[in-house]
Design a protein around this ligand. Sequence first.
Ligand code: NAD
Ligand code: UGA
Length: 502
Amino acid sequence: MPDVKYVLNSGSIITEPAEAVKMVKICCIGAGYVGGPTMAVIALKCPDVEVAVVDISVPRINAWNSDQLPIYEPGLDDVVKQCRGKNLFFSTDVEKHVREADIVFVSVNTPTKTRGLGAGKAADLTYWESAARMIADVSVSDKIVVEKSTVPVKTAEAIEKILTHNSKGIKFQILSNPEFLAEGTAIKDLFNPDRVLIGGRETPEGFKAVQTLKDVYAHWVPEGQIITTNLWSAELSKLAANAFLAQRISSVNAMSALCEATGADVTQVSYAVGTDSRIGPKFLNSSVGFGGSCFQKDILNLVYICECNGLPEVAEYWKQVIKINDYQKSRFVNRVVSSMFNSVSNKKIAVLGFAFKKDTGDTRETPAIDVCKGLLEDKAMLSIYDPQVTEDQIQRDLSMNKFDWDHPLHLQPMSPTTVKQVSVTWDAYEATKDAHGICIMTEWDEFKNLDFQKIFDHMQKPAFVFDGRNIMNLQKLREIGFIVYSIGKPLDDWLKDMPAVA
Ligand code: NAD
Ligand code: UGA
C-alpha cells in the first residue's frame, strides 16, 4: 500500500505509512433530521465504516430501530433497511459509542435563545456544550469532533476550550462540516451533494483530521466537490448559504406584493428574471413565506453575530429578509379575512397542508402556524388536513410558544391545551365540506389532483380558494365558480378594492 500524503497550505508535505491510517468508527450525537439521514447514507456508502447514531431521546431511538422511522423522508426507509444492524446502529448508550469512536459528529439542536443575553436572536448552545462536556468526560482516546449542527461562527473555538480543559491529555481536533441537505430531498441531496464543506485548523494535525473526514466522503463524493477551508469560513459559509437562499425567497415575495398591486404575474416575473444566467431559476417560487427549522433561526443568529461585531447596518440588512417573510404571512391572512367580508368569525376555513414544504412531515416554523393563528385570532373555525402531519402535532404547534419547538422532543410541553376551534381530518374532501374558504398552505402534489367541482358543490357560497403556494389551475377554479386568490397573481375583481395589509 502506498504511503498517505498530506499537503499543507505552506506547501510542505507530511507522509504517513498507509498501515497507520486505520479505518474509522463513527458516532453521531443527535438522531434527528440531519443526524439520522446523514449517518444512514455514510453507512450505506462506506460498508467498511461502523456508524452509531445516539440520542438522549428514547422514543426517537426506538423509532429508528422500528419499521416506523421517526421522520418521513423519501428513500430513507430503504437506506436504513439496507444497513441497520450491519454497520448502522441506533442507540441511547451515548457514552459507550462516543468512547469507542474515532470521529464524533455532533448534530444536536441549536435553537434560538428565548431568555437572557441575545434572547430572540442568538443561538442557544446548551445542547452542544453538554455534548462537548460529555465527549471530554468519557473519551479515552484521541478523537476528531465534527460540528454538523449549524452554529455561530467561532463556536469551534469555544468547543475546543471545553474539550481541552477537560481532556486528561487526550487530543481533540475540531472540524466544521455543515450540512446542506434540504428536507424532502435529503437522500437525493446526500447521495449527490453540490459540495461537501470541511473546515479545520491550519496545522499539521488539523490537515490530517480534514483528510480523515475527506476520506469518508470520498467513498462517493467526487474529490472536486469536497471543499476544504479554515474553520471560521466553514462555519460562516453555512449561515451565509441559508441567508442567501432565504433572501431570494423574500425578494420574490416582496415582488409578489407589487405584482398584486400592478397586475403583473409573479410567476412570469420570476421566470423572466431567473433566465438571466447570472441569477438562475432556482428558489424563485413566490409563496406564503418560507418555513422550516433553519432559515429564520440561522438569519437571527447571523443578525446577532453582526450586532456583536459592531456591524448594525449589516445586521439590519439581513433582518429585512425575516421582516418580509413575516409581512408575507400577515398579508395572506389579511387577504383571506378582507375577501370574506372582513370577518371569518365562526366560518369554517379548510387548511390544506400544514408541513413547511411538501414531502416532509416537519412542521417546524411552518408558515401554516402563523396563518392559522392569524385566522384563529379572527375567530375562524379551522379544519386542517395534511397527508403527513398528525393531529397531535398540529395541536402542539398551535399552542406552543415561539421557539419552543426547537428543543429536544422530551423537553417540549407535553400536554398543551387543545385549540377548540381546530379540527384535523385525514381527507381533503372532509376538511373542505361546508367550508367557506380553502387555504392551501403546502404544495403537496395530491392537492393538484383533487376534484374541485365536487369540493365546490359541498362548500358554502361564495366559495373561496386562497392559494399560498401557486399550485392551482386558477382558470379552472374560476370556471367552476370559486373566487380565487393566488400569491402575486392578477387579482379577481372581487379582491381588487380589499385592503391587503392591516
Ligand atoms: P432535530 O431536533 O431533528 O435533532 C436533534 C437531536 O439531538 C434530537 O433528537 C435531540 O434529542 C438530540 N440531542 C440534543 N441534545 C443531545 C445530547 N446532549 N445528547 C444526545 N442527543 C441530543 O434537529 P435537526 O433538524 O436534525 O437539526 C440539528 C442541527 O442541524 C441544527 O443545528 C440545525 O440547524 C442543523 N441543520 C438542520 C437541517 C435540517 O434540514 N433539519 C439541515 C442542515 C442543518
Ligand atoms: C434549507 C436549505 O435549502 C438547505 O440547504 C439547508 O441545509 C437547510 O435549510 C437547513 O439548514 O436546515 P429546508 O429548510 O429543508 O432546507 O427546505 P427548503 O427547500 O430550503 O425550503 C425552505 C422553505 O422555503 C420552505 O418553506 C419552502 O416552501 C420555501 N421556499 C423554497 C419557497 O417559498 N420558495 C422557493 O422558491 C423555495
